[in-house]
Design a protein around this ligand. Structure first.
Ligand code: ADP
Ligand code: TRP
Length: 373
């Protein structure tokens, strides 16, 4: 190589490094999350506060990926019609809540085959012990299910979730507290892959769990709000259903008469009002803000039924735009399909680029390769 060629090469390398750095610098921070359609697909206010709302906040400035994790649902839902219905319903729920999809790539996990492919590859850098420590698996065992009976999909669940995350190289993964361990396992698996192949293919993402919404308690005031516990307040149910859920919400058991002094602490109506209370409501003797209403409640000047009605009205007002979008999307399947197609196309682009790097770095490419994403 002549001096000139050598110098040109150096200059070229400097330019290339600079371009790569610039690309990295201008790459918007990225977040990724998913929801599994294991239940009927109807989201409740706990899901909204713990998962969807943060996502909407992030989408204001981050590049966001959100998936409906239907492959994960296969671990427990093994009936075709049920899975289809749950998934379709969850898609409508999420799209209605998200509204504007600016900065959001919304897709169905099974539309992007790379998730399953990377899972197989990551199986091989994941020690059994790591998965045996996973809460979901340990809980199953504690519920008297024989180890031999647990399907491997459930056991492997954290590896599929690691693939979901690592494929998109996100900076943060916003989840509820119950998913924190899965993100930690993902970091562990990503780190092991990098170490095994002596390459930094996978940046290790952080879970993002804002404390105030890490666990939203249910209407029973005792346990986390959860579909399976029947202690939820829905978002898209009929008004009569939501009213019933609100009216059965735990308040203050020490209060017998409406004019007894009431307690705010542990009172779920006020816990929810902190998030959804509409300060402009003309209701309740001119109580124009939540603090005044709390004072009135403590002094026995306002009854349980009144505050519950206030919560009911506030919820309907808060979710009115989403409820409208839900009805609109439900009547327009072509629009929903197009959103999913566009989302899958963008997701495949990103996931495909990562898989090309992975295939290259582990030896799945060779002189005879013809595979291309
Ligand atoms: P459920 O327990 O009702 O079946 P999922 O397990 O499907 O809900 O959770 C979907 C998403 O909502 C997850 O990100 C989860 O962390 C979040 N989430 C669920 N319940 C709550 C809750 N009570 N408080 C905060 N976040 C929650
Ligand atoms: N396992 C998560 C749940 O049940 C859903 C999920 C699947 C997910 N893949 C993900 C969450 C990737 C965050 C990132 O809630």
């Amino acid at each position: 190589m002549s001096y000139l060629e050598g110098d040109l090469k150096k200059i070229y390398n400097v330019i290339r490094r600079k371009n790569t750095n610039e690309k990295e610098n201008i790459r918007k921070k990225r977040i990724l999350s998913g929801i599994t359609p294991s239940g009927d697909g109807n989201l409740h206010i706990g899901n909204y506060l713990g998962a969807v709302r943060q996502f909407i906040e992030f989408a204001k400035s981050y590049d966001c990926f959100l998936m409906v994790a239907d492959l994960h649902a296969l671990t427990t839902v093994q009936d075709k019609a049920t899975l289809q219905k749950n998934t379709e319903n969850l898609i409508l729920n999420e799209l209605a809540l998200l509204g504007d999809l600016h900065n959001i790539t919304f897709f169905r996990q099974s539309d992007v085959v790379m998730h399953a492919e990377l899972t197989w590859i990551l199986n091989n850098v994941t020690p059994l012990g790591l998965l045996k420590r996973a809460h979901a698996y340990k809980d199953k065992l504690q519920n008297d299910v024989m180890e031999e009976e647990i399907n491997l999909g459930l056991f492997n669940y954290p590896i599929l979730m690691a693939s979901d995350i690592l494929l998109y190289k996100p900076d943060f993964v916003p989840v509820g507290r119950d998913q924190k361990q899965h993100v930690e396992i993902c970091r562990d698996i990503g780190g092991r892959f990098n170490k095994t192949y002596k390459l930094k293919i996978f940046p290790l993402p952080e879970p993002h769990i804002p404390e105030e919404v890490a666990v939203i308690m249910g209407t029973d005031g005792k346990r986390k709000m959860s579909k399976s516990l029947g202690n939820i307040i829905g978002i898209f149910e009929d008004e009569a259903v939501i009213k019933k859920q609100v009216m059965s919400t735990y308040t203050d058991p020490t209060r017998i008469h409406a004019d007894d002094p009431g307690h705010i602490e542990g009172n779920m109506v006020f816990a929810y009002l902190d998030f959804f209370g509409d300060p402009t409501s003309p209701r309740l003797r001119g109580a124009s803000n939540l603090n005044r209403l709390k004072e009135d409640y403590k002094a026995g000047r306002v009854g349980d039924v009144e505050v519950k009605n206030y919560l009911y009205e506030s919820l309907l007002k808060y979710f009115a735009p989403a409820r409208e979008r839900y009805a609109e999307l439900k009547g327009n399947p072509v629009k929903v399909k197009k959103i999913l197609q566009d989302g899958a196309a963008r997701a495949r682009e990103v996931a495909g680029a990562t898989m090309s790097e992975v295939r290259e770095s582990i030896g799945l490419t060779n002189s005879y390769s013809f595979f291309e994403y």
